[in-house]
Design a binder for this molecule. Structure first.
Ligand SMILES: [Zn+2]
Ligand SMILES: [Zn+2]
Length: 387
């Protein structure tokens, strides 16, 4: 008897499998060094949830609640998932996914941070020729006000847009912007966009995300039609797109979903994250995926907002020199920052506040030995490279 593999699946072996495993192992090392904890969890979940949200996110949340883990929390998952839609190039029915979830952080700093980390990860595995699109789709408050504005704009066009869009407008109205019909898109080209109708809080949040992306030197393009279509997304949404992959060019997609946990019946916990399909990305990667040597990870703790700028520069230098850096949002208290540094199991903590500024030194703690050092700025790189 001859068996055939199911449609939309494939066998992975030899060189292709090796490349995929290299990407997975780099992801493991890179994100663990950035303070993420890997979750190996069964991907079988409640059917109701399955249709609602990406399986990775749902399972991470389930594990978080069931195991009573504490906040804030950073998770990494790598695994095989399944999708129901029709298979396409680089899009299989059973597919690999790498994803991260950041729970309990509402500051815009973290929206920018997870985008920057995704970008650095792509660079490490040798991806190039990708670009980043971002948008803010606000909160329920901005959305209900905006829906009326959009409704009056669309009124004379209601019979011109496709039946899919007519239906979507009733249920999940932001999704109309995902429509592939050119007729619809022409109408939406001139529509008022939610990005321009955010409430004050959402507008400020978005402005800060963009500010930090600028500080992290992450180039991104605003795409006002990027909506990610699902109701539980709030504020930030983003996609990484690869040139040369045609219509299915999204390699990473993510955003903030502060309402999700509540919607699933849990407590009100802000959350953000992204997911990447390494298989589709392998199409765009060079044949040889580079190896990641063990890099030193550093947590930067800042006491006092006025030193943030200085430490962001230090962070920049360290990242350029291949260190893995984690920094707390400047708004977090020093107690929270140090507690986080402890939990993230980094190699070093750099501490900078009034005392250090006065002395012109950085306080550095070696987290393995517990030793404390005072280092002048000029010798920081030398000190860390020696270790
Ligand atoms: Zn809002
Ligand atoms: Zn349409």
């Amino acid at each position: 008897m001859i068996y055939q593999k199911p449609k939309g699946t494939r066998d992975l072996f030899g060189f292709e499998l090796e490349r995929l495993e290299t990407v997975n192992s780099i992801a493991r090392r890179f994100f663990k060094k950035s303070g993420y904890q890997e979750l190996k969890i069964p991907w079988v979940i409640d059917k109701r949830v399955y249709v609602l949200i990406p399986e990775g996110t749902a399972s991470v949340w389930r594990a978080f609640i069931e195991n009573k883990l504490s906040l804030p929390a950073r998770f990494l998952y790598i695994g095989s998932m399944f999708r129901k839609e029709r298979p396409q190039k680089g899009r299989y029915r059973e597919f690999e996914q790498i994803g991260i979830e950041l729970l309990g952080e509402s500051q815009p700093f973290y929206d920018a941070e997870i985008i920057e980390q995704a970008k650095r990860f792509l660079e490490i595995i040798g991806a190039y020729d990708f670009f980043i699109e971002i948008n803010s789709i606000g909160c329920p408050k901005c959305r209900s006000a905006y829906k009326n504005i959009l409704k009056s704009y669309l009124k004379p066009h209601m019979n011109t847009i496709c039946t899919d869009c007519q239906r979507r407008f009733g249920k999940n109205f932001l999704r109309i912007f995902d429509c592939k019909e050119e007729t619809c898109q022409k109408i939406y080209d001139r529509a008022p966009m939610i990005t321009d109708h955010l409430c004050l809080e959402c507008r400020e949040h978005y402005a800060h995300v963009k500010k930090y992306l600028g500080i992290f030197k992450v180039d991104s393009k605003e795409n006002k039609k990027l909506v990610r279509g699902l109701d539980y997304y709030t504020r930030t949404v983003f996609e990484f797109k690869q040139k040369g992959l045609g219509a299915q060019d999204t390699i990473i997609a993510g955003g903030r979903y502060d309402l999700l946990m509540k919607e699933l019946g849990g407590s009100d916990i802000p959350c953000l994250g992204w997911a990447m399909g390494p298989e589709r990305m392998l199409l765009a990667l060079p044949q040889d995926v580079p190896q990641l040597e063990d890099r030193t990870s550093i947590y930067i703790a800042v006491i006092g907002e006025r030193y943030v700028e200085t430490m962001l520069k230090v962070r920049d230098t360290l990242v350029k020199n291949d260190f893995i850096c984690v920094m707390a949002a400047p708004e977090d208290s020093i107690k929270d920052q140090l507690r986080q540094a402890n939990r993230l199991k980094v190699d070093y903590v750099i501490l900078y506040g009034e005392d250090e500024a006065e002395k012109g030194m950085y306080a550095i703690k070696d987290m393995k030995t517990g030793e404390q050092h005072s280092i002048v700025p000029d010798q920081l790189l030398q000190f860390l490279k020696k270790s």
